[in-house]
Each structure stands twice: as C-alpha cells, then as structure tokens.
Ligand binder design. Structure first.
Ligand code: S3P
Length: 186
C-alpha cells in the first residue's frame, strides 16, 4: 500500500471505545487528540443529545461535516469520529487523505451494551433500542469495512490493548519516516 497521511483516524460504531482508545493513543504517541463530536458540541455550546433534539439529526450531520472540513488544517493527530461519520461520501473524501483509517469493531452484543450504558446516545432513544442499534449496525458495517485501512476487534481487549494493537498494525502498514508513530512511542 502507498504511504498514507500522518494521522490515525478512528471509526466504528457507538460503543466501540473510539474516545477512550483515542485518549490512550494520544498519550502513547504524544500526538494531539481531535474529537469531532467535541468540536461539534463546542460549536453549538450544547451537548450532542441537545443538538439532536434542537436541530435534528440533519443539523448534527451538517455540523459534523463542517467540523471535518476544518481538519485539513490540523497537523498530525489522533482523530476520533462519531459512529455516523461514514454516512456521507464527503466525510470519507475528507478523512481518506488524512492518514490511516482504523475501524474499531466488536461483537454486536458487546457494542450494544457499551453504547447503551451511558443512556445518552440520541439514536438509541427509541422504544426498542436494541432493535434500533441492530438496524444501524447492519447499515453501517459495509461502510466501515469499505473505508477502513485496518480493523481491530475490540471485543476482548482493554482500551490500552486496543491502542497497542493499532500502533503495531499501523507501524507494519507504514513504517517509513513520516508515519503516524514516532519511533519512541511505547
Ligand atoms: C452517532 C454516534 C455518536 C455521536 C452521535 C451520532 C452515530 O458518537 O456522533 O450521537 O450516528 O452513531 P459515538 O460513536 O462516539 O457514540
């Protein structure tokens, strides 16, 4: 594979652990952590659930793409995306040149348990959250698979173990200077 950009981009379903694994990666690599949900929330000055209820999913998606557009000016970083980032082609076109796209996957039951734990995922506020989750997962699996350069199954790993697995896979994929991982990263 050709040498890719310099960042590590985490994609995957709600509950895959993208935010916490992103923090582990940022600590290990000493790269900046950029969380798209945080950018969107701070733009509106309210939480993600509040954005969904005030502006609808479309309002959130527009702001999500807007936040991604600012990334071209971001240097090398660990980029954490929301689970729905793969829904729009423009998002994928923006993410692709930035670096290695890593899909955090896992078994569906475990992902659902983790995603529903906080109780604040807007897309799971339905009569049957399990069914809603299964439908969303089914739609998205092929999209994650299509755009990811690497996949890590997080089902039986801690966040730190996932981070270590990612760094080792990324190093193998892109070992030359300018790769996302400083040679000193643990
Ligand atoms: C979403 C996932 C959320 C957040 C928003 C929409 C989705 O992020 O972006 O609630 O469509 O799956 P996480 O994947 O971090 O939960």
């Amino acid at each position: 594979m050709k040498s890719r950009g310099k960042s590590i981009v985490l994609i995957g379903m709600m509950g895959a652990g993208k935010s916490s694994v992103g923090r582990c990666l940022a600590q290990r690599t000493r790269l900046a952590l950029v969380d798209i949900d945080d950018i969107v929330a701070s733009r509106f000055g309210i939480s993600i659930p509040e954005i969904f209820s005030k502006h609808g999913e479309q309002g959130f998606r527009d702001a999500e793409t807007e936040a991604l557009r600012t990334l071209t000016a971001t240097g090398q970083a660990i980029i954490v995306t929301g689970g729905g980032i793969v829904l729009h082609d423009e998002n994928i076109d923006i993410l692709n040149p930035l670096g290695v796209i890593v899909w955090l996957d896992g078994n569906a039951e475990m992902l659902f348990k983790r995603a529903s734990r906080s109780g604040n995922r807007p897309l799971l506020q339905s009569e049957n959250p399990r069914k809603a989750f299964a439908q969303i997962l089914q739609t998205r699996l092929p999209l994650y698979a299509k755009i990811a350069h690497l996949r890590v199954d997080t089902s039986v790993l801690t966040d730190e173990e996932v981070a270590v697995a990612i760094l080792s896979k990324v190093r193998r994929l892109n070992p030359q200077p300018g790769s996302p991982i400083p040679a000193t990263a643990p």
